[in-house]
Ligand binder design. Structure first.
Ligand SMILES: [Zn+2]
Length: 213
């Protein structure tokens, strides 16, 4: 269980206490909170965050005015493909561990104002922004947020992910020390049964029992 991920929660350690004879684990949430959570609730998917997911969902219903802005479709599609399992493209985003930062989830205007500042930098207007995408990969962070994204032309964006797919990659099993080399991220992704973007996201870091280099 240790280091396993359930939604936003990563298991840190088993606690001494039990709850109705169930094991209890200390978990770290992506939002930074630590919380004790019953193992059965992690395993059956009942608990997937420290409570911040529910708060965010409630917050989303009460943000006014943003939905009539020209940038709202971009915002909404980004949030949907990361956080709604039924949305188009979810398998390559949310299911692959890509998420939108709390600041943007809680406040569409934070995204809108960031986008407009980026457009100013590039000299773009509402009419000339077509073809430009919010890119989360160039800076190597792999999530959507003001410090991890840049606005760039779509062709450049897909060329970048194509080179990423072709990058060589070594997996090391952190328990046994066994290493396996792959000629591309795609091959490593097949081996791990995850997506290319997950390999890209975890590059240099630990993914389940494997570290990806
Ligand atoms: Zn949380």
């Amino acid at each position: 269980m240790i280091n396993k991920k359930f939604g936003r929660l990563t298991v840190l350690k088993e606690l001494e206490e039990k709850s109705n004879s169930n094991k209890v684990y200390l978990c770290k949430c992506e939002c930074g909170n630590e919380k004790a959570i019953r193992g059965d609730r992690l395993k059956n998917g009942n608990t997937r965050s420290c409570g911040c997911l529910q708060k965010e969902a409630a917050g989303r219903r009460t943000v006014h005015g943003a939905s009539s802005q020209w940038w709202y479709n971009r915002y909404s599609q980004m949030v949907q493909r990361c956080h709604n399992p039924k949305a188009h493209g979810y398998e390559n985003y949310g299911a692959a561990g890509v998420y939108v930062c709390n600041k943007w989830i809680n406040d569409p205007w934070a995204f809108g104002n960031w986008l407009i500042a980026e457009m100013d930098n590039l000299g773009l207007t509402e009419k000339t922004i077509n073809g430009y995408h919010v890119d989360k990969d160039l800076l190597g962070k792999g999530y959507y947020g003001p410090d991890s994204c840049v606005l760039m032309l779509a062709q450049k964006n897909s060329a970048l992910s194509a080179t990423n797919r072709m990058k060589k990659c070594t997996l090391k099993n952190i328990e046994t020390g066994e290493t396996v080399e792959f000629k591309s991220f795609s091959d490593a992704a097949k081996f791990l049964e995850c997506s290319n973007s997950t390999v890209s996201k975890y590059n240099g870091k630990v993914y389940l029992e494997w570290s990806i280099n």
